[in-house]
Design a protein around this ligand. Structure first.
Ligand SMILES: NC(=O)c1ccc[n+]([C@@H]2O[C@H](COP(=O)([O-])OP(=O)(O)OC[C@H]3O[C@@H](n4cnc5c(N)ncnc54)[C@H](O)[C@@H]3O)[C@@H](O)[C@H]2O)c1
Length: 380
C-alpha cells in the first residue's frame, strides 16, 4: 500500500483525495490544513482519521510515501522543499512555485534525491487530448501552422468576487495567465509537440479596485453583506489577457484568458490547424473532438477507445457514451504518476507533467508578464 498525505484540502485538495480513493493500492493516510480546527473539520468531512494543523507534522510521519500539495501558490516552495528533504515523492499543484528560480531549485533537489515529481496539469489527461497528441505526432493533421484558443471563467466577474488569488503576494505577479493560461499553454505544447518560442501579451484589469469581504460569507447562507462589510482593495494582476504566440516550428497562435467572461464557467478551448486537417476541442464538451476537413465532411470523434489510437487507451476507463470528465482527469493523472511511484523511477511511457514542465510554465508566464510591461514581442 502506498500512503499519501495531502497538504491543503479545500477545493482542489478534495478533488485529489476523491481521485486517489479510486486507485487500488493507494491510501490517503493524513491531511494538513492551515490550523487544527480547520484540519479537524476537513478530516471529518472527508472521513480521514489523521489530521494536522501544521503541515510540518505531517511530513514527520515516516509511513507517508507521497505528499500532494494543494495550498495557495505562495506556500508551494517551502512545502515542496521540505517534503523532498523528508524523502517524500511530490505531486504539487500548479504553479509549482512563485517563480522559475524557485522551481529550478526544487527540480534540482528532487532529481538529486531520486524523488518522483509531478505538477498537477490535469487537462492533458482528458482522453481525447492524449488521442490528439497521437493524431498530431502521426501526421494526421499535416504540418501544424496555427494553434489558438482560450481559457475563460466567470467566477471573478463582479467587483465583490474575492479570493486569495487576487492578492499577488499569495498568487504571484500574474493571475489569469498563471492560473488558467498555464493550463492552456501546457496543453498546447503537450498535444502539438511544439514549444512556444516567442510571446507578445496584452493584459487588462477589468476591476482595478475590488471589494473584499471583511467577514466570512457562509456559502448559500442567503445573508447579504452590507456596504460597510467590505474594504476596497487595489488589484495589481490581470483579469484578462491576450497573448500572441510563435512556436519553434514557425506555427503562429494566440490565446485569450479571462476570469470575467459571464456564462463561461470553466471553458478551455483549443483549435489547431494543420495543412491537412483542423481540430477543435472544448473542455465543457470534453468527450468529443471536432475534426475539420476541406475536401470531405467535417466530423466529430467521440471518446471511445475502439475509435482512438492505442497510445491513448491508458486514459480511457469507460466505454463510449459513458462520459468521463474533470474528476476523471485527476484519476488518470494519478494512475500514471503512481505507476512510477510503485516502480521507484520515472518511466519513458509516463505522460504526466514533471517539475521540469513546472519550470517551463513559470518561464513562459514570466516572459508574458514582461512582454505586457514592455508592450512587445519577447523570445522565451
Ligand atoms: N489543477 C487544477 O485544475 C486546479 C484547480 C484549482 C486550483 N488549483 C491550484 O491548487 C492550489 C489550491 O487552490 P484551491 O482553489 O484549492 O484553493 P482553496 O483556497 O480552495 O484551498 C487552499 C487550502 O489550503 C489551505 N492552506 C493554506 N495555507 C496552508 C498551510 N500553511 N498549511 C496547510 N493548508 C493550508 C487553506 O486553508 C485551504 O483549505 C492553487 O495552487 C491553485 O492554483 C489547481
Amino acid at each position: 500500500m502506498i500512503n499519501v498525505g495531502i497538504i491543503g484540502v479545500d477545493f482542489i485538495g478534495a478533488v485529489h483525495i476523491e481521485a486517489l480513493r479510486r486507485l487500488p493500492g493507494v491510501n490517503v493516510k493524513a491531511i494538513a490544513s492551515s490550523n487544527l480546527e480547520r484540519a479537524e473539520q476537513n478530516a471529518k468531512n472527508l472521513a480521514i482519521d489523521e489530521f494536522y494543523g501544521d503541515w510540518r507534522q505531517l511530513l514527520k510521519d515516516e509511513a507517508i510515501d507521497v505528499v500532494h500539495i494543494a495550498t495557495p501558490n505562495n506556500q508551494h516552495f517551502d512545502q515542496v522543499k521540505a517534503a523532498i528533504a523528508a524523502g517524500k515523492h511530490v505531486m504539487c499543484e500548479k504553479p509549482l512555485t512563485m517563480n522559475s528560480k524557485e522551481a529550478k531549485e526544487v527540480f534540482d533537489d528532487a532529481e538529486s534525491k531520486g524523488i518522483i515529481h509531478g505538477v498537477n496539469f490535469n487537462i492533458r489527461f482528458y482522453p481525447l487530448m492524449h488521442q490528439l497528441k497521437e493524431m498530431i505526432s502521426k501526421g494526421e493533421l499535416g504540418r501544424i501552422h496555427t494553434v489558438s484558443g482560450s481559457y475563460q471563467q466567470d467566477w471573478l466577474l463582479l467587483e465583490t468576487d474575492y479570493n486569495w488569488r487576487l492578492e499577488s503576494a499569495k498568487s504571484g505577479d500574474s493571475r489569469a495567465v498563471a492560473d488558467i493560461g498555464s493550463h492552456w499553454m501546457d496543453l498546447a505544447e503537450f498535444v502539438s509537440g511544439q514549444k512556444i518560442d516567442e510571446v507578445c501579451a496584452d493584459f487588462k484589469t477589468i476591476h482595478p479596485v475590488r471589494k473584499k469581504p471583511l467577514k466570512e460569507v457562509e456559502t448559500y447562507s442567503g445573508k447579504m453583506l452590507q456596504p460597510e462589510d467590505y474594504a476596497d482593495v487595489e488589484i495589481d494582476t490581470e483579469d484578462y489577457a491576450s497573448v500572441l504566440l510563435n512556436f519553434e516550428n514557425g506555427a503562429g497562435g494566440v490565446f485569450t484568458v479571462s476570469q470575467c467572461a459571464a456564462g463561461r464557467k470553466n471553458r478551455a478551448y483549443l483549435e489547431i490547424h494543420g495543412t491537412k486537417k483542423s481540430i477543435a476541442w472544448d473542455s465543457e464538451l470534453c468527450n468529443q473532438l471536432w475534426v475539420g476537413s476541406r475536401e470531405s465532411m467535417n466530423s466529430l470523434l467521440l471518446r471511445d477507445a475502439s475509435l482512438m489510437h492505442s497510445e491513448s487507451h491508458k486514459t480511457v476507463d469507460y466505454p463510449g457514451g459513458h462520459n468521463e470528465g474533470f474528476p476523471d482527469t485527476f484519476k488518470q493523472l494519478y494512475k500514471d504518476f503512481y505507476k512510477d511511484v510503485a516502480l521507484g523511477s520515472k518511466s519513458d511511457s509516463s505522460t504526466y507533467a514533471t517539475f521540469k514542465d513546472g519550470i517551463r510554465e513559470l518561464q513562459l508566464t514570466e516572459r508574458i508578464v514582461e512582454s505586457n510591461e514592455k508592450r512587445g514581442w519577447l523570445k522565451i
